[in-house]
Design a protein around this ligand. Structure first.
Ligand SMILES: NC(=O)c1ccc[n+]([C@@H]2O[C@H](COP(=O)([O-])OP(=O)(O)OC[C@H]3O[C@@H](n4cnc5c(N)ncnc54)[C@H](OP(=O)(O)O)[C@@H]3O)[C@@H](O)[C@H]2O)c1
Length: 344
């Protein structure tokens, strides 16, 4: 017997990918319900070869639903996740609303699967920020080997990280440039077409942005509170796939060859690292793929035990939908969730 699963935000970038991945990976589902705002009432979304009519979140009763995957932003999650959890439905939340709550586990299954047992406190599990998810998948096996002291990361984040409005803005502005129409910036703070913007999420008092702060806080929560991390997060005119230039300082010696071998064997990682033209991964190579790609691994002789590398992944998959589905699979594998219908 399978589960009854609700997807909140089913019409969005992440929600649609979530439906694809649940189907692709054969998650044990008896019934899947697509939910969104009133704007989407009657809209249809695909689940494998089936078509689902979208229902409205506000009027949906979760009492016989086993699992709810939330992908509708922080405000919707803050209002709804606790109510849904109280109805005995386990929530996997893609927003940042509960990521830093001590009673909510923040999980990347390749990194900290054992922390999941904490979910019973609120019936909520948080999915990390897209840029953190791919980073910690690559950092974890290296940390286990040589203990990471400090990470310096610059991100090159695609517009799909800002939802479907972000993708529409890049498309519309690019077309406007070619036909010499006026270029309007609505979703992003400056023009994104043929430009890069060193600003994602709001500014904090110390001059960092919230996106940069999230990478610090989430790496500490999932991997090791002792790791020091500093980030510069940048939006680039790429539709799908976040890239990261990463410099890592370790406590113990580690060579580029050792790192390459470790990452080749690590779950979720794919090393593409030939020192020749095109011998590295770019965002287009990773779109629609599950792995976190690691390229350009090299020793940094300016610090003791230093490595630099390039990490790329599909932000809608490992950065959001795939990781959420892997969390759902972990709940099932560990027997932490059973279908309500069976229990009744
Ligand atoms: N994109 C990424 O790389 C990424 C990565 C990690 C986490 N996330 C998180 O995932 C969530 C969704 O991101 P996205 O990229 O899929 O955004 P999106 O494309 O803009 O989609 C947003 C979804 O939320 C729904 N929604 C908005 N307000 C709602 C309400 N009041 N009640 C019910 N549904 C509502 C929308 O439904 P309508 O169509 O009816 O408006 C739509 O389905 C966000 O929390 C985001 O931070 C995204």
């Amino acid at each position: 017997m399978g589960f009854k699963v609700a997807i909140v935000g089913a019409t969005g970038n992440v929600g649609r990918e979530m439906l694809n991945i649940l189907e692709e990976r054969g998650f044990p589902i008896d019934e899947v319900v697509a939910l969104a705002s009133r704007r989407s009432l009657g809209t249809e979304v695909s689940f494998g070869d089936r078509t689902l009519k979208v229902k409205v979140l506000d009027t949906y009763d979760f009492s016989d639903t086993d699992l709810c995957i939330m992908s509708a932003g922080g405000n919707v999650s803050k209002e709804w996740s606790p109510k849904i959890g109280k109805q005995g439905c386990v929530v996997i939340d893609n927003s940042s609303a509960f990521r830093y709550d001590q009673d909510v586990p923040l999980i990347v299954p390749e990194v900290n699967p054992d922390a999941i047992s904490l979910f019973t406190r609120k019936n909520i599990i948080a999915n990390p920020n897209c840029s953190t998810a791919q980073l910690v998948v690559a950092l974890k096996p290296l940390h286990d080997h040589a203990r990471i002291k400090r990470v310096v990361v610059a991100t090159y984040q695609s517009v799909s990280g800002a939802g479907k409005e972000g993708m529409d803005e890049l498309f519309t502005q690019t077309r406007a440039v070619f036909v010499a129409d006026p270029v309007e910036a609505k979703k992003f703070t400056k023009r994104i077409a043929f430009n890069v913007i060193p600003h994602i999420d709001v500014f904090m008092d110390d001059g960092f942005t919230k996106e940069e702060w999230k990478m610090v806080a989430e790496t500490k929560k999932m991997l090791d509170p002792k790791i020091k991390l500093t980030a510069t997060c940048v939006r680039v005119p790429v539709f799908i796939g976040h890239s990261e230039a990463v410099n890592i300082e370790f406590e113990n010696p580690i060579t580029a060859d050792e790192a390459r071998e470790i990452l080749r064997d690590a779950p979720g990682c794919l090393v593409v690292d030939k020192r020749e033209d095109g011998g590295y991964a770019t965002p287009i190579d990773t779109a629609g793929e599950d792995a976190t790609y690691i390229s350009r691994i090299r020793e940094d002789s300016t610090i003791d035990n230093g490595l630099s590398m390039w990490i790329v992944s599909d932000n809608l998959r490992k950065g959001a939908a795939l990781n959420a589905v892997q969390i759902a699979e972990l709940l099932v594998e560990r027997g932490l969730i059973t279908p309500k219908k069976k229990a009744a």
